[in-house]
Design a protein around this ligand. Structure first.
Ligand code: TRP
Length: 332
C-alpha cells in the first residue's frame, strides 16, 4: 500500500532553536518511517521578510546540516529546497487565480508582518499563504505537521484546493494540520519567561542548536527563577514549569523526580536545577552541533543531498503539474 504523504516547510531565516527541535523537527524524524515525507527549505518564503540575500546560501546550507544532524535522513525522506522546484512557482500562479484578495487580507500573519515591516509590505508577503498552498498541493500531500500559528494557512490551502477542484475537477486532496499520533505539542518558552524561543529575537534567552557548550551553560544559568515556593505543592510559575519541561526532555528520570519533590517540599534550589539542566543540555546538544558542523563542512555531501532532493521533489511535482494543466486545459 502506498504511504500517506506528509509535507512540511521550514524557513532558512536565523538559527534553529530548541523550540523548533522539540516542537517540530523531532516529530518529522519520527514520521520518516511511516509516511512518505517531504521536507522543504522554503527559501522563497524567506524573501518576503528577509530581502537581504547575502547570507541566504550559508543559512540554507546550515539549516540542511542541522536538519540532517537532528535525524532527518535524506535517504528516507525527500529533503529539498523550494527554489529548486520551479513547478511550485507555476502552481503558485494558478492558485493565485483562485485566491481572493479579501481572504488574503484577513490573514493574521500578513497583518502582523505588515505591522512589523511597514516599509516593505510586498505582494509576496500578501500572497505568502498561496505559495505555502502551492508547497503542499504540488505533492498532493494531506498531512501537514505545523504549529498553531500556521493553522489558518492550512485552512486557506483547503479553501484554495476546494475552489480549484470545484472549477477544474478533482485534482487535490484536502490537506489538514497534522498532529503526529495526537502527540502533545511541546512548546518551549524563552528562558526569560517572555514568549517563545525565537529564531531571530531574544537570542540570549533562546537555545540554538549552534550554541557552544559555554553559551548553553551561560544562557541556562541566567534563566529567570524566583526565591522558590513557600507553600507545599504550589502551582509552578510558567518560567519554572519551562525549566522542568526542559529537564523532562534531556535529564534522567531520577533527576526530574528529585527536583519535583524538592519543589513540592519547598526546598528547591534553582541554582542546582540550572547547573544540572545545563550539563544535561550540553550532553544532549553537543553531538547534534558537532554533526551539523561536520556536515556543513562537507560540501560534496551537501551538494549530493541537494541534488537528490531536487530530483525526487521535481519528479513528484511535475506529475501533479501535468494533472493540473490537463484539468485546466492548459495543455497544447
Ligand atoms: N509558513 C511556515 C512557517 O512560517 C513555513 C512553510 C512554508 C510551510 N511552506 C510550508 C509549513 C508548507 C508547512 C507546509 O513556519
Amino acid at each position: 500500500m502506498q504511504k500517506e504523504k506528509v509535507l512540511s516547510g521550514i524557513r532558512p531565516t536565523g538559527f534553529v532553536h530548541l523550540g523548533n527541535y522539540f516542537g517540530a523537527i523531532r516529530n518529522w524524524v519520527k514520521m520518516q518511517d511511516e509516511y512518505d515525507c517531504y521536507y522543504c527549505v522554503v527559501d522563497w518564503h524567506s524573501l518576503t521578510t528577509h530581502p537581504d540575500t547575502h547570507e541566504l546560501k550559508h543559512n540554507v546550507h546550515r539549516l540542511l546540516a542541522e536538519l540532517i544532524a537532528s535525524g532527518i535522513d535524506p535517504d528516507k525522506c525527500v529533503l529539498y529546497i523550494q527554489s529548486d522546484v520551479p513547478e511550485i512557482a507555476e502552481l503558485y500562479f494558478y492558485l493565485n487565480t483562485v485566491a481572493y484578495i479579501g481572504e488574503l487580507e484577513k490573514t493574521v500573519t500578513f497583518k502582523e508582518k505588515a505591522r512589523q515591516q511597514p516599509d516593505n509590505v510586498n505582494a509576496g508577503l500578501f500572497t505568502y499563504p498561496v505559495l505555502q498552498a502551492a508547497d503542499i498541493l504540488i505533492h498532493r500531500a494531506v498531512n501537514v505537521p505545523v504549529g498553531k500559528d500556521q493553522e489558518q494557512h492550512i485552512e486557506m490551502t483547503r479553501t484554495f484546493a476546494d475552489r480549484f477542484n470545484h472549477r477544474y475537477g478533482e485534482v487535490f486532496p484536502s490537506p489538514k494540520a497534522f498532529n503526529y499520533y495526537g502527540a502533545e505539542l511541546i512548546k518551549i518558552m524563552s528562558l526569560d519567561g517572555v514568549g517563545k524561543m525565537s529564531k531571530s529575537v531574544n537570542q540570549m534567552n533562546t537555545l540554538y542548536l549552534a550554541d557552544t557548550d559555554e553559551q548553553i551553560r551561560k544562557k541556562i544559568m541566567k534563566a529567570k527563577t524566583d526565591s522558590g515556593p513557600t507553600e507545599p505543592n504550589s502551582v509552578m510559575p510558567d518560567y519554572i514549569e519551562n525549566l522542568f519541561t526542559l529537564l523532562r526532555l534531556v535529564s534522567a528520570q531520577e533527576t526530574i523526580e528529585k527536583f519535583e519533590a524538592d519543589f513540592n517540599n519547598c526546598v528547591i534550589r534553582y541554582g542546582d536545577v540550572k547547573k544540572q539542566l545545563a550539563e544535561d543540555m550540553v550532553r544532549f546538544m553537543a553531538p547534534i552541533r558537532e554533526r551539523a558542523l561536520a556536515i556543513q563542512d562537507d560540501k560534496e555531501y551537501l551538494a549530493k543531498v541537494i541534488a537528490t532532493g531536487r530530483e525526487k521533489a521535481r519528479a513528484s511535482a511535475s506529475e501533479t503539474l501535468a494533472i493540473v494543466r490537463n484539468a485546466m486545459g492548459v495543455n497544447y
